[in-house]
Design a protein around this ligand. Structure first.
Ligand code: SAM
Length: 210
């Protein structure tokens, strides 16, 4: 159940269930003194959690929704991270080029996008890959997390129901086929490094610039 706070902090309950598992995956892919850019940070709960978990890095959040950026700011303040974490960036993957400064671009070592691509039109997935490659050097990664369809695996009934409910809210939303995402990734110079099965029928997928 969603918690209500008196400041602008939002509570996305799933973040508390999946953050430890996502952090475990991230821990294999991050290096100290690096900046990691999170696309579609939502409430900011993942952001502050990862920043506290990995104090040697800088976690740069972003989201196009003002209420989400206000929530992220409030979480940063609430967790006492104002001197460590930058303010969230107003970043819509389809508004290109992304508002990333040259200095930030030179520091980014990886991009993480959790639970966005099924809750946005397919054009957002394309934009995510097309634009991410401009901010990543060889061997740097783009990590996706969420539910997917896979050609060779049966889809769980919970994911089929989730897909239906997303499409009923917006016909342009819905779970994506991992094979179609891979195609976009390859077209943009990424290789598929790893697919990690996660709890609740989710996947973490690591792509790397070849
Ligand atoms: C389901 S929420 C996930 C938030 C967070 N990553 C999480 O897992 O709790 C989807 C997020 O995608 C963001 N989003 C939707 N369309 C977007 C776009 N075109 N560019 C960037 N973010 C977008 C929304 O604002 C929202 O914060």
């Amino acid at each position: 159940m969603e918690k209500i706070f008196l400041d602008n902090r939002l509570n996305f309950p799933a973040t508390e269930r999946n953050r430890d598992f996502i952090a475990a995956v991230l821990s294999n892919h991050i290096s100290p003194s690096s900046v990691f850019l999170e696309i579609a940070s939502g409430s900011g709960e993942h952001g502050v959690f990862f920043q506290k978990k990995f104090p040697s890095i800088i976690w740069q959040t972003s989201d196009p929704v003002l209420a989400h950026r206000s929530s992220i700011n409030s979480w940063i303040k609430h967790e006492g991270l104002t001197s460590k974490m930058p303010l969230p960036i107003d970043l819509d993957v389809e508004k290109r080029p992304w508002p990333i400064t040259k200095q930030l671009k030179s520091l980014i070592k990886g991009i993480v996008c959790i639970n966005m691509i099924h809750i946005s039109p397919w054009s957002c997935t394309k934009a995510l890959f097309e634009e991410s490659k401009s901010y990543l050097n060889k061997k740097q990664f783009l990590m996706l997390y969420g539910p997917f369809f896979r050609k060779d695996k049966q889809t769980s009934s919970s994911n089929l129901n989730f897909d239906k409910s997303l499409k009923s809210q917006n016909p342009l939303w819905g779970l994506r086929h991992l094979e179609n995402i891979n195609k976009i990734a390859f077209e943009n110079g990424f290789i598929l490094e790893k697919i990690i099965e996660m709890p609740a029928n989710n996947l973490s997928v690591i792509y790397r610039i070849n």
